[in-house]
Design a protein around this ligand. Structure first.
Ligand code: PMV
Length: 324
């Protein structure tokens, strides 16, 4: 059997969002973003080298997938750096495909790391974590964060991310992903960002707001202060959605179940719980809170939204790779 190069990554959930691309480069973010690794969700990627006569192929949980544009662009960028023959990519994951759960961040981070391992062993090409993050970014900018452990930062205009606090920095922090919809999203984040930039009257204001706010979000994380971080994170997400909704045609990822969850969270806050929401390009709602409040918050969501699937995470690790 030929050599397999494997990697496992966790998705990076943005507490402060990357939403918008700069002109003239692939996936260079127009806003600074700060993410955290979610330890209960993962994507594992295995690659094998094929012969020159074969084409690249990709399988997810054993189903053959189309090679997406982003994947083709990323592989082309890799092949400009060294001679990578066609590859077979196999991926398994507990994240519903393209549903707004940052699955692409974990997929491209794991793929970039498995390619880096292959490059090291087969071609004597050494890639640092920053190089891996840069390659992952070409697939999906949030993936550049998912390469790193703990709390990750991707600056506006940057080509790679960095880790700003280790995963041990905030052991009490919990993130609950409330999965209300597992179908593929109606519009990809890439198309949605282009449309938003082109048509939303609030796009520039969103970018300015995100830049002004990032220092506060970073300080709240540094101080492990959920009472400051929660409202800032939630405000950041709604500012992004404001720009999205004002696009033409309007971009709206939420569904009635998402709104139900948002109402439950509002009630929980009125009852004194420090629980705050954020959302991405999909219907799922993600909450942050301190560990001690977890059981009451989960019980409340389970009773009001019984069909939702819940995934609670601690702050997780960065990408890990191995060969077999
Ligand atoms: O990296 P992409 O192309 O999947 O876009 C991610 C966009 C958001 O999830 C909405 C925000 C973020 O920073 O992860």
């Amino acid at each position: 059997m030929s050599q397999r190069y494997n990697a496992l990554a966790h998705p990076s959930l943005a507490l402060s969002k990357y939403w918008g691309k700069m002109d003239g480069n692939i996936n260079t973010p127009a806003t600074p973003s700060l993410g955290i690794s979610l330890d209960s969700l993962y994507c594992e990627v295995s690659i094998e080298l094929l012969t020159q006569t074969q084409g690249d192929s990709v399988f997810q949980n054993k189903d053959k997938l189309e090679i997406s544009d982003q994947l083709a662009i990323m592989l082309e960028a890799v092949r400009k750096k060294f001679h990578l023959p066609p590859i077979s990519i196999e991926t398994t994951s507990n994240i519903p495909y393209a549903s707004g759960l940052a699955g692409s961040s974990a997929f491209f981070a794991a793929l970039a790391a498995s390619i880096a391992l292959c490059a090291e062993h087969e071609y004597d090409v050494h890639m640092t974590s920053k190089d891996i993050s840069n390659i992952a970014r070409i697939g999906s900018a949030s993936a550049s964060r998912a390469v790193f452990s703990g709390f990750q930062y991707l600056d506006k205009g940057a080509i790679h991310a960095e880790s700003i606090f280790p995963k041990e920095h905030w052991p009490d922090l919990r993130v609950l992903c409330v999965i209300v919809h597992t179908e593929k999203k109606s519009i990809s984040s890439r198309e949605a960002m282009q449309l938003c930039k082109k048509t939303s009257p609030f796009y520039q204001s969103w970018c300015t707001f995100a830049e002004e706010q990032i220092g506060l979000i970073r300080s709240a994380v540094a101080e492990r202060d959920i009472g400051s971080l929660g409202p800032l994170m939630t405000h950041n997400a709604y500012a992004m959605f404001g720009a999205m909704i004002a696009s033409h045609p309007s971009i709206r990822y939420w569904n009635p179940q998402s709104l139900l969850v948002l109402n439950v969270i509002k009630t929980l806050r009125k009852q004194g719980y420090a629980v705050w929401e954020t959302m991405d390009a999909g219907a799922q709602v993600k909450l942050i809170y301190n560990q001690a409040d977890g059981p009451s918050i989960r019980r409340s969501i389970e009773s009001h939204v019984p069909d939702a699937r819940l995934h609670e995470s601690c702050v997780g690790s960065g990408v890990d790779s191995w060969k077999e």
